[in-house]
Design a protein around this ligand. Structure first.
Ligand code: SF4
Ligand code: SF4
Length: 110
């Protein structure tokens, strides 16, 4: 998948989120982080943002990179959004963005 194809898929998939929050109770990293960017609903939003902008800043990127890709959230999602897939694609898009802007420092993680 090219970055352009990934960005298109991420935009489409993330736009299906209804912001219901049912996914959040299943996420092991949300209670450990300082805010909702460390949970699935926040990550869906951040992935969409990464697709549009190609960068998120350190705090947003930390939300994306702290995901364990365990997929526990997917079971709870009524829309069956591929949240781990969105996170993986967002990481690729961020890496592409960093490659284009070598002065940028990627992340701090949990
Ligand atoms: S895949 Fe990521 S967002 Fe989903 S439950 Fe696991 S750690 Fe949380
Ligand atoms: S459960 Fe699904 S639709 Fe609801 S907030 Fe989470 S990702 Fe979005």
């Amino acid at each position: 998948m090219t970055p352009e194809e990934a960005a298109e898929w991420v935009s489409r998939e993330s736009s299906r989120c209804m912001f219901c929050g049912f996914c959040e109770a299943a996420c092991p990293t949300l209670p450990l982080g300082p805010h909702r960017a460390y949970g699935p609903r926040g990550r869906v939003y951040l992935a969409g943002l990464a697709a549009r902008r190609g960068e998120l800043g350190a705090e947003g990127a930390a939300g994306i990179y702290s995901c364990l890709l365990c997929a526990a959230c997917v079971e709870r999602c009524p829309a069956r959004i591929d949240i781990p897939g969105l996170v993986r694609a967002a990481r690729m898009l961020l890496a592409e963005g960093y490659a284009r802007a070598p002065g940028m420092v990627p992340v701090r993680v949990l």
